[in-house]
Unconditional design. Structure first.
Length: 281
């Protein structure tokens, strides 16, 4: 029997727990979101983040710009860093090409970096220090835990080496005592590597790339991909129907990793608030 790792339900439970916690706080945590440009997917993600924040009792403010200069954006981030009422800052990625994304991310106060993309926080993850962890990897680990608590000694394969997903999820799995391999677009013999993985995290960005023939019987499969098929339907990087019976547990797309990313953003915002105010509910 394959376990469906229902991110939609788990995210709902996480939000309910957060809403209860937030009720006990002296004020609502506040999240500032910056959206630049006209990317339709980013606009939808930000709308969903705004809605989810409101639902749990997090105050969110969205700064929307069609265009903005690097200097102006850095100045906005500096203002948000200095604003004592703002607990978390998120700059939606990708930024338009004329902006220097790395410089913008580095300008965010690491204590308010609810995305966990600041180099200091990524470095802390690397050396095993507590720090905000990127939302998608954090959500992936919670989904894996639905299938198995103790991951010690398992072979984990992460396909994708992005700073947002691949590298941080690899670090989280290493911390769980997995033997971790990171594969990427230049990796040779990917199907063979996959066949050794007890945990397979696919963050490839290509529809239905992973099929049953690549999967070790009983593997836990986490699909980070959000793609569209030719007929416009959402699908992941894993061929879900084809792989389902081969796995012990698998995330669907949609309603898998996606909702968990947003829930973890809310969790990181509450954690930033608690750390700043020194409150332990
Ligand atoms: N773009 C795609 N995923 C993310 C994310 O998790 N955070 C931000 N800020 N931008 C993204």
């Amino acid at each position: 029997m394959t376990l469906l790792l229902n991110g939609f339900e788990l995210a709902k439970q996480c939000r309910e727990q957060l809403a209860e916690k937030i009720k006990t706080l002296p004020r609502a945590p506040k999240l500032a979101v910056v959206l630049v440009g006209n990317d339709p997917a980013s606009a939808v993600y930000v709308k969903n983040k705004e809605k989810a924040a409101a639902e749990v009792g997090i105050q969110s403010v969205v700064y929307r710009f069609d265009t903005i200069s690097q200097k102006e954006l850095l100045s906005l981030i500096s203002d948000l860093n200095n604003d004592t009422e703002v607990d978390g800052i998120l700059v939606q990625l990708p930024l338009p090409d004329d902006l220097n994304e790395k410089e913008i991310l580095q300008a965010i106060d690491p204590a308010k970096d609810v995305d966990g993309f600041h180099p200091l926080n990524l470095g802390k993850l690397m050396i095993g220090e507590p720090a905000p962890v990127a939302c998608t990897p954090k959500g992936c680990l919670k989904l894996i835990r639905l299938a198995k608590q103790n991951l010690t000694g398992l072979n984990a394969l992460v396909i994708g080496r992005s700073v947002i997903v691949g590298k941080p999820i690899a670090q989280l799995l290493l911390k769980e005592n997995c033997t971790v391999t990171i594969a990427h677009s230049k990796t040779e013999n990917l199907p063979e590597l996959c066949r050794h993985a007890d945990i397979l995290v696919a963050a490839i960005g290509k529809p239905k790339t992973v099929n049953a023939d690549w999967i070790k019987k009983g593997a836990i499969v986490i699909d980070v991909g959000i793609n569209r098929t030719e007929d416009g339907k959402l699908c992941g990087d894993v061929d879900f129907e084809n792989c389902f019976d081969q796995c012990s547990a698998i995330t669907p797309v949609p309603k898998g990793v996606g909702p968990m990313t947003i829930a973890m953003l809310l969790e990181n915002t509450v954690e930033a608030f608690l750390k700043k105010t020194n409150i332990r509910p």
